[in-house]
Design a protein around this ligand. Structure first.
Ligand SMILES: [Mn+2]
Length: 272
């Protein structure tokens, strides 16, 4: 059974902001977005990879400048807006302690979100990239509680070095992977939805914002909405965006440099 999150009003979702020391422009754009959300949204859910890397909440005790800024902006926004954090593959060590510290609430890795008009399954999405067998093995290992506890007890400097080494390895690997392998596997997506009797999946991670229609072997229809990533520092064109689940039933996928895509999904799903 997945945990359920019930929210009212306009719910905004964003993912893959990758806040860190090397992304000041991205951070600046994101903090402007937080301000907009504070005024216009009823709640904000950040679906993972909020941070480019996360190696433990004790980093926040004496935070480097980029993190001090992030903490400041999250706290400020959280004064008027409920904020929810979800873990991604880069910040899978985020915990409720850190979320509370900035005024946010930590969500499980997969949750059922119920808004005034929509019910959907929410996840970061890396667990659905099942074609990448090596990654799934890695994921399984690092998500083990014992290894995490061991890692978190290491001195901060050691953890920084290990995380740096892992990132280097993953960026080298990405260059060799075929584009399709780093995308989610749609059969895995449909299986996940069927398992929980849901029809709409929202995820990030792949950096391929879109609305997809999916079908199972019996011809049942499912929807998959992919959240955009945020990038203003390293590549052109700049990218960002968010999904708005509006209280009037409309869904809007907002993307930088792109026309906003507005749509409605047929069945209003209610929680029993
Ligand atoms: Mn990711």
């Amino acid at each position: 059974m997945l945990s359920k999150l019930q929210l009212h009003g306009d719910v905004w979702l964003a993912a893959d902001i990758h806040l860190g020391p090397n992304s000041p422009k991205t951070a600046h754009a994101f903090y402007q977005f937080l301000q907009q959300a504070q005024h216009e949204a009823g709640a904000l859910i950040l679906c993972g990879d909020i941070f480019h890397a996360w190696i433990g909440a004790d980093v926040a005790v004496d935070p480097p400048p980029w993190l001090a800024h992030a903490i400041y902006h999250f706290r400020n926004t959280a004064l008027d807006l409920p904020i929810f954090f979800m873990r991604g593959n880069r910040d899978f060590l985020l915990d409720s302690r850190m979320a509370h510290y900035v005024g946010a609430q930590m969500l499980d890795d997969q949750v059922i979100l119920q808004t005034d008009h929509h019910r959907l399954l929410l996840t970061h999405g890396d667990e659905l990239c099942t074609d990448d067998v090596a990654y799934q093995k890695f994921r399984h290992r690092v998500r083990g509680k014992r290894l995490q506890q061991f890692f978190l007890k290491l001195p901060l400097l050691w953890r920084q070095r290990i995380a740096g080494g892992l990132r280097k390895k993953s960026s080298q690997k990405q260059k060799h992977l075929l584009p399709a392998i780093s995308d989610v596997n749609e059969t895995s997506c449909v299986e996940l939805l069927k398992k929980h009797d849901e029809h709409i999946l929202v995820h990030g991670h792949t950096h391929r914002p879109a609305l997809h229609r999916m079908q199972d072997t019996e011809g049942h229809n499912y929807s998959r909405i992919v959240l955009p990533d945020w990038e203003y520092d390293h590549t052109e064109p700049t990218r960002s965006g968010w999904l708005a689940l509006q209280a009037d039933g409309q869904i809007a996928l907002h993307r930088l440099h792109q026309p906003t895509v507005r749509f409605k999904l047929k069945k209003p799903h209610e929680l029993s």
